[in-house]
Design a protein around this ligand. Structure first.
Ligand code: PLP
Length: 278
């Protein structure tokens, strides 16, 4: 038997995000998700966090010029066909990444990570305004209801509010906005015929005309959702890297999240993380 070299050439995606030493969110979740989707993941680390399942102990933002150097090193060598951004930590990094993406032609998923589930800040308050430049470059922006409220300046308490926020974000230049409903209850959620709770994600697409789609999935009864936003945005980016159209990439990735949460990783002493390989 000969030992031949028989390489594969997968699509390449890039994540620009923070490191979670606990492995459940951030760069670590992004790379696992991309691998699970048959995509080679490259990474630009914007910040490191010292954290585990119980909380964030420390955050160390990397200098914007070092973030830019990582981005340039990846882009000058790899045929990147989709980018996602996650935790960007500072206004300087948000601006640097927006500048770089303005010169790129790849589809970009912007997950505007602001606060960890534990309540720890992952974005400095002065960086919230800087997000406008990044939204202009986004193929898709994926805020949860709390992040959408910060970006548009209005509370999100119902599905009508979610749709209005999505329309505002596409008015500001994103091709599409997915307002995630996991943080919504009351007028932002519903029950199925059996009386079980459902989560609604609202997609506002401005590709030709503005259209709105709503995805309804079972709400899994757990607080072990660490990494769900990272996993969802990376799954969409991986599908875009493989050449899938945006709306079907979003629908498929949203549908995969129930299983990722249901079969989450029960690791560490605090709430576990979602399982991007399911
Ligand atoms: N990025 C990093 C580095 C994080 O530590 C976290 C949460 O702690 C997130 C992103 C956001 O995680 P999620 O996917 O749960 O929104």
């Amino acid at each position: 038997m000969s030992h031949t070299y028989d390489p594969v050439t997968p699509p390449v995606a890039l994540t620009v995000a923070g490191s979670d030493s606990g492995g459940g969110a951030g760069i670590q979740a992004d790379l696992k998700t991309m691998t699970a989707h048959g995509v080679f993941g490259t990474s630009v680390v914007t910040a490191t966090t010292a954290q585990n399942t119980r909380g964030v102990h420390d955050v160390h933002a990397l200098p914007a010029d070092h973030v830019a150097a990582q981005y340039d090193a990846v882009l000058e060598d790899f045929p990147v066909t989709a980018v996602k951004t996650g935790m960007l930590a500072t206004a300087e990094v948000v601006e640097t990444v927006a500048d770089r993406l303005a010169d790129a032609t790849v589809p970009t998923v912007v997950d505007p990570v602001m606060v960890a589930a534990t309540g720890d800040r992952l974005l400095s308050p002065d960086a919230e305004d800087a997000y406008d430049a990044l939204i202009r470059e986004a193929t898709l922006v994926t805020p949860n209801a709390d992040e959408a409220a910060v970006l548009v300046g209005d509370p999100i308490e119902s599905l009508a509010d979610a749709e209005a926020a999505g329309r505002t974000l596409v008015d500001r230049g994103a091709d599409a906005a997915l307002i995630k409903g996991g943080h919504l209850d009351g007028a932002g959620s519903s029950m199925d015929d059996a009386g079980d709770p459902m989560v609604h994600d609202t997609l506002v697409l401005a590709i030709d005309d503005v259209t709105v789609r709503r995805f309804e999935n079972p709400r899994i009864d757990t607080d072990a959702t660490h990494g769900s936003g990272c996993t969802l945005s990376s799954a969409i980016a991986a599908r875009l890297a493989r050449g899938e159209p945006l709306a079907s990439a979003v629908e498929a990735a949203v549908g995969e999240m129930s299983g990722a949460i249901r079969r989450g990783y029960d690791v560490g002493g605090g709430p576990g993380a979602v399982n991007p390989t399911t």
